[in-house]
Design a protein around this ligand. Structure first.
Ligand SMILES: *Cc1c(COP(=O)(O)O)cnc(C)c1O
Length: 407
């Protein structure tokens, strides 16, 4: 460490304001291998000319430049750059939550009054809420339909939407969206395609390689991975959409803080290891549940008898199918589901997924709470349906916990 500065010329009050400002690691002391957390809200440049250039986002030589933390910060930049590469995009923008990323992506995709968005009916509840409460009132037409089935392409063709929005895997029944079929017909009708790939992560699939325009993640889930940070990210296949994302991020004030960005990047470093374990654990748990006498039905795309196992196998890498599954208890009642959840000792009854921990949720009171029982039945969610986000624990411990709670 070294001290620079002209503190001797200044009065104490001034020195206190400026002291240590230039204290920094110099090269001879060693360069940190990890990007330090830059808590600074503003950045100084060596001349007004350089500042002028930095306002455009890059230095005169094209390096990333920072002026104000709401516009960009080095930690978010490090996370964005890594995610853009991981998803085969041209760039990415980090956001304060998954919902903020989805909001900005829908705006960037061009949802303005008079446009139409066609979205999957099996989506994450708050995303449907966002479409209904934020976009519909300003005159965006919102059409929900089954985009996981074989008629998806026809449906898009009939509807002629401006934007198509899907999730790679549905919640909680883990239905699979045929990315190639959807992007092909969307391109034909001139629709911008947006996909939420939270459940799959770039380890399992990169939707941009299947023709999608924008990919969003709740980084709160598998990307952060440790249940200790909230964030989102949107990755773009095209520079025009990336510029839109950047301007909405700045105007909405929805950027990710340097601290959270640091945690997300740190999480990302072990993503492949974790996804591998989540996936192999989930497959074993799915097989175990399938032969259990208290279980009526298991939904997991890695099971050969899952109706879309073939599509999943074609789309997803490494012969892995992710950590998410759901199952129906034979006794289809809220009481039986609650009794099962209360008996669990290892699996946590907490409303998230993608953590290192195994987590259970009961869609009827969590993600699909706002639907009536009849509406839930209609999309296949019974009163005995349990969602399980399989963690990275030793798999026999997970299985034993489920077994004792089921009995
Ligand atoms: C959690 C989640 C979101 C929302 O992300 P937040 O980080 O909670 O805002 C969006 N989509 C999916 C599929 C999710 O699981």
């Amino acid at each position: 460490m070294t001290q620079h500065g002209s503190a001797s010329r200044w009065k104490r009050d001034t020195m206190l304001v400026h002291g240590g400002r230039n204290t920094r690691l110099i090269d001879t002391a060693g360069t940190p291998t990890i990007c330090p957390i830059y808590a600074s809200t503003t950045y100084l440049h060596e001349s007004a000319d350089a500042l002028d250039s930095a306002f455009s986002g890059t230095t005169a030589t094209g390096e990333p430049a920072f002026v104000y933390a709401r516009q960009a910060n080095p930690n978010a930049y490090a996370f964005e750059d890594t995610m853009a590469q991981a998803e085969s995009g041209v760039g990415a923008l980090a956001f304060g939550s998954g919902m903020a990323a989805i909001h900005a992506a829908l705006l960037a995709a061009g949802l303005v009054p008079g446009t139409k968005v066609l979205a999957s009916q099996d989506m994450y509840g708050p995303t449907i809420g966002l479409l209904r409460r934020v976009f519909m009132p300003v005159g965006v037409e919102v059409v929900l339909g089954d985009l996981c089935g074989p008629d998806a392409a026809n449906f898009i063709y009939e509807q002629q939407p401006d934007v198509v929005y899907v999730e790679t895997l549905s919640n909680p029944l883990v239905k699979v969206v045929d990315l190639d079929a959807i992007s092909a017909v969307a391109q034909e009708v001139g629709a911008v395609t947006v996909i939420d790939s939270t459940f799959t992560t770039p380890y399992l699939v990169r939707p941009i390689e299947h023709g999608f325009d924008l990919v969003v993640h709740s980084a709160t889930k598998y990307i952060g991975g440790h249940g200790d940070s909230t964030g989102g990210i949107a990755i773009s296949a095209k520079n025009t959409l990336l510029d839109q994302l950047r301007s909405y991020s700045m105007l909405l004030g929805a950027m990710l803080s340097p601290f959270e960005s640091h945690l997300m990047l740190r999480g990302l470093r072990t993503l492949p290891l974790r996804m591998e374990r989540h996936s192999s654990n989930a497959l074993q748990v799915a097989h175990f549940l399938q032969q259990h006498e208290a279980v009526a039905q298991v939904y997991y795309p890695g099971l050969p008898d899952h109706p879309q196992h073939e599509i999943a196998s074609r789309m997803l890498d490494h012969e892995h199918y992710g950590g998410l599954l759901s199952f129906d208890l034979k006794t289809q009642s809220r009481e039986a589901a609650f009794r099962f959840m209360d008996k669990l000792q290892l699996c946590l009854p907490a409303t998230t997924l993608g953590d290192i921990f195994s987590l259970v949720s009961y869609p009827a009171v969590s993600s699909h709470r706002t639907l009536t029982e009849a509406e839930r039945q209609q999309i296949g969610i019974t009163e005995g349906c349990i969602r399980l986000a399989v963690g990275i624990e030793y798999v026999e411990d997970i299985i034993q916990d489920l077994d004792q709670a089921l009995r």
